[in-house]
Design a protein around this ligand. Structure first.
Ligand code: PEP
Length: 255
């Protein structure tokens, strides 16, 4: 892994966490970062929108990064229930997760919509974490490469580069199931993503872009996953809700 690609460990809390999570989970992470000042990974939490403000205030003078889980294409307007990239920015976010499979499936988000959302995130100087990954059925049919390639080509904004986008490869069948692809499969897909990105943006930018793996990452499998040549961090769901587990995953990044 090149020096510049410092691993990013991102926690996707999904629709979990009441105000008590600020004092428990977020506080724990801020204290750990202040105490240990790690330089071998960056730590990001993406809580529900209701917790962005208190966690943003808590994390203001720390190295804990804050992100949203989604944003609307528009800056503002008549979009009941939505949140804009500008709003995320104001609350202290540096990142936003886009195109998570739960949004692609439950909210019918297409590659084109994900790309438009990513473009609006870039306007606000947010880093867009763009999720891709095949379903179980696609995996069984052996079409993972085609699916992931198409998602990359169609979801990445044209002005995407190593500093404003991060790609998360999340096989849909591995999310929340305890199942993971073999490390060889993960490395192969990540190498394909980097090559596809190289064709789309540039080889130099692709070489510096962080590629996260997501799907049932836990302390017991993190070391072997974070050790892979083209894996530059993790997008963590369930295990990001427990401070010690999330921290242990981050600590698994190579020094
Ligand atoms: C996710 O939803 O992004 C995810 C990776 O979940 P989990 O870690 O629980 O599989």
């Amino acid at each position: 892994m090149s020096f510049e690609r410092r691993p990013l460990i991102a926690g996707n809390w999904k629709m979990n966490g009441l105000i008590g999570f600020v004092d428990n989970l977020a506080c724990f992470l801020v204290k750990k970062l202040n105490l240990e000042n790690p330089t071998h990974f960056d730590l990001l939490v993406c809580p529900p929108s209701t917790l962005l403000h208190p966690i943003g205030s808590l994390a203001e003078n720390s190295n804990l990064l804050l992100g949203g889980q989604n944003c609307h294409v528009a800056k503002n307007g008549a979009h009941t229930g939505e949140i804009s990239a500008e709003m995320l920015k104001e609350l202290g976010c540096s990142h936003v997760i886009l195109g998570h499979s739960e949004r692609r499936t439950n909210f019918y988000e297409t590659n084109e919509l994900v790309k438009a959302k990513a473009e609006s995130a870039l306007v606000e100087n947010l880093v867009a974490i763009i999720c891709v990954g095949e379903t179980e059925e696609e995996h069984k049919r052996g079409v993972t490469s085609d699916i992931v390639k198409r998602q990359i080509l169609d979801s990445i904004p044209d002005r995407g580069n190593a500093t404003n986008i991060v790609i998360a490869y999340e096989p849909v069948w591995a999310i929340g199931t305890g199942l993971t692809p073999t490390t060889q499969e993960v490395q192969e897909v990540h190498a394909l993503i980097r090559k596809t990105l190289g064709d789309k943006i540039s080889i130099e930018e692709a070489d510096q872009t962080r590629l996260l793996y997501g799907g049932s990452v836990k302390p017991s499998n993190a070391v072997e996953l974070m050790d892979l040549a083209d894996v530059d961090g993790a997008l963590v769901g369930g295990a990001s809700l427990t401070g010690v587990d999330f921290w242990a995953i981050a600590e698994s990044c190579p020094k």
